[in-house]
Design a protein around this ligand. Structure first.
Ligand code: NAP
Length: 252
C-alpha cells in the first residue's frame, strides 16, 4: 500500500505518516522542512519512504509532485490532504497575500491533488482520498475568516465527492478535527483572550486521530470527527452556531 501524506513534517500529518509506517505501508512524506521529514522516514525500513520537500502553496505545481511519488513508490492507494496553515485575527488587518497563500494551501492544492489522482484511481477501481478539514467547517469560528472558508469548502467538496466516485471503487474520508495538540493549535489559542471556555475545550492527541483515520480508511467509513464530543456540532448545527457566536472569546 502506498500512502501519500501532505504536511507530514509535524503535528497530525507526522502522526499519520508514523501510523502508516508502523502498519508497514510505503509512505511519501511531503512538506517544506526536509530534515523533519527525513527523521520520520528513518523509522521505516529502507525503500519504503519517499521524502519530497515541496511548497504546496504553489498549487499549480501540485500534480507533478504526485508523479514523483508514483515514480518512487508505485501507484498511490491513499492520498491524505493534510497540509494546512491557519490565520487567526481580525479580517480587516489580515494581509490579503497571506490569505491567498492560505486559500491555495488549504483549499486549491487538495482539490488539485484530488483532481489529478482520481483518473488513475478510477481506472484501477480502487483508492482512497482523505481530506483533513476541521470542526471549523461545522462550526465556523469567529476570528478565522479565511480558514473557515477554506475548510468549509474542502469539507463540502469532500462530502459531495464520496457518492460520485463510489461506483468506481474509490472511497473518500472527510476528517473534522476539533482542537488536537500541535503547533497550529497552540498558536491559535494565543490569539484569544484567556477564558474558562478556552481552558476547558476538549483537546485530542494527534496519534489517536491518526489511528482513527487509518481505521476509517480500512473500514471505508465516510468521516472522522475527533475528539468525539464535536459530533454534537454536526448533529445540532443551529445550537452550535448559537453557542459558537456567544462563547468564542474575544480576539486579543
Ligand atoms: N491541530 C488542530 O487543532 C487542527 C484542528 C482542525 C484541523 N486541523 C488541520 O490539520 C492539518 C494539520 O495541522 P496541524 O495541527 O498538524 O498543524 P502543524 O503541526 O502546523 O502542521 C502543518 C503541516 O503542514 C505543512 N505545511 C505548512 N505550509 C506548507 C506549505 N506551504 N507547503 C507544504 N507543506 C506545508 C507543515 O510542514 P512544513 O512547515 O515543513 O512545510 C506541517 O507539516 C491542517 O490542515 C489543519 O488545518 C488541525
Amino acid at each position: 500500500m502506498h500512502v501519500v501524506v501532505t504536511g507530514a513534517s509535524s503535528g497530525i500529518g507526522e502522526a499519520i505518516a508514523r501510523e502508516y509506517i508502523a502498519r508497514g505501508a510505503a509512505v511519501t512524506l511531503i512538506a517544506r522542512r526536509r530534515a523533519l521529514l527525513e527523521a520520520i522516514a528513518e523509522s521505516a525500513p529502507a525503500g519504503k519512504t519517499c521524502v519530497l520537500d515541496r511548497d504546496l502553496s504553489q498549487s499549480e505545481a501540485a500534480p507533478a509532485i504526485l508523479a514523483e511519488a508514483e515514480a518512487a513508490l508505485g501507484p498511490i492507494d491513499v492520498l491524505i490532504n493534510n497540509a494546512g496553515i491557519q490565520i487567526v485575527g481580525p479580517v480587516t488587518v489580515t494581509d490579503f497575500d497571506d490569505a491567498t497563500r492560505l486559500l491555495h494551501l488549504d483549499l486549491h492544492t487538495p482539490l488539485r491533488l484530488t483532481h489529478a489522482i482520481l483518473p488513475s484511481m478510477i481506472a484501477r477501481r480502487s483508492g482512497t482520498i482523505v481530506d483533513i478539514a476541521s470542526v471549523a467547517a461545522l462550526a465556523p469560528t469567529p476570528g478565522m475568516f479565511f480558514y473557515n472558508a477554506a475548510k468549509g469548502g474542502l469539507a463540502a467538496a469532500s462530502e459531495g465527492l464520496r457518492a460520485e466516485v463510489k461506483p468506481y471503487g474509490v472511497h473518500v474520508v472527510t476528517v473534522y478535527p476539533g482542537p488536537v495538540e500541535s503547533a497550529m493549535e497552540a498558536a491559535a489559542r494565543t490569539h484569544y483572550e484567556e477564558s474558562a471556555v478556552m481552558g476547558g475545550l476538549p483537546t485530542g492527541k494527534p496519534e489517536l486521530l491518526a489511528r482513527r483515520i487509518a481505521s476509517a480508511v480500512e473500514r471505508r467509513r465516510p468521516r472522522v470527527i475527533y475528539p468525539r464530543v464535536y459530533v454534537l456540532s454536526r448533529l445540532f448545527p443551529g445550537l452550535t452556531r448559537w453557542v459558537t457566536d456567544r462563547m468564542t472569546p474575544a480576539l486579543r
